[in-house]
Write a protein of this length. Structure first.
Ligand SMILES: [Zn+2]
Length: 264
């Protein structure tokens, strides 16, 4: 009673997914909407919500996102989408309130509300897939400042003898350049656990999270999370405790549920 109907948009680089509902047990999800031009894609998104009486919509968006302007930044590698004020477009077209954050921050919030880190107010969510992104909850709030964190672009030492140049168009051999899905495909990924463990060490020394949720397609590699766990512990040398590494619990629904969590 009195609960305003809320919606969610998982805005991904290859597909958008929309939903209306209140949580995992009560969620009506749209078929995937392929990401094309902003006009074509958002037309389908708006059509899904039209006439449903939704009052608020959370958008978990591929980035980088200009959080102040509720827009995709002019630096996104998706050229058609540079500078698109996605939040404002949705808000005006559907006459709703909009909350926008990065896809990874949304997923972090979803895991906090319904998934692997319920009741944990200091954690990091790292996704290792086509790209690498991280969201941090500190004292119960998602960390954001000048922009949102971009943990995928941490600088790391090199494994001795590794000649791989890295695939990040901006930095070459940053974390994403060395350990993302495309990097593993190009390099063979022999040092995947080393690079991930070093990144987690830097994150641990900076934020001291109690848990780190490791999501994304690359983390489904057999034995990888176990190898990272061992290596992280070794690298910390017992100086500070190692955070618990866990897998996400929301699976395929993490993006859309996280987007919903932005407005609940
Ligand atoms: Zn980079």
């Amino acid at each position: 009673m009195g609960t305003a109907l809320v919606g969610a948009i998982e805005a991904g680089g290859t597909k958008f997914i929309c939903a209306v509902g209140t949580g995992p047990a009560d969620l009506e999800v749209s078929p995937p909407i392929p990401t094309r031009s902003p006009e074509e894609t958002l037309r389908d998104v708006i059509a899904f919500f039209a006439g449903r009486g939704v009052k608020k919509i959370g958008i978990g968006c591929f980035g980088p996102v200009d959080l102040e302007r509720a827009a995709i930044t002019k630096t996104t590698p998706k050229l058609d989408w540079r500078g698109v004020p996605i939040g404002t477009i949705i808000q005006r077209a559907l006459d709703v309130k909009v909350a926008i954050d990065t896809d990874v921050n949304a997923a972090a919030l979803g895991e906090h509300r319904w998934g692997a880190v319920q009741g944990i107010d200091d954690f990091v969510y790292l996704t290792v897939g086509t790209g690498i992104g991280g969201g941090a909850m500190v004292n119960g709030r998602l960390a954001r400042g000048l922009a949102h964190p971009e943990m995928g672009h941490l600088r790391l030492p090199r494994v001795k003898g590794d000649r791989f140049k890295g695939v990040c168009p901006l930095h070459g051999d940053c974390l994403e350049g060395m350990a993302s899905g495309p990097a593993v495909a190009a390099s063979g990924g022999a040092y995947e656990a080393d690079y991930l463990a070093w990144a987690l060490m830097n994150i641990t020394c900076t934020l001291s999270p109690k848990m780190i949720v490791m999501g994304g397609g690359v983390m489904k590699t057999k034995g990888l999370i176990e190898a990272v766990r061992v290596k992280l512990k070794q690298e910390l040398r017992g100086y500070v405790p190692a955070p618990k590494l866990v897998r996400p619990k929301l699976g395929d629904r993490a993006g859309v549920l996280g987007s919903l969590a932005l407005v609940l």
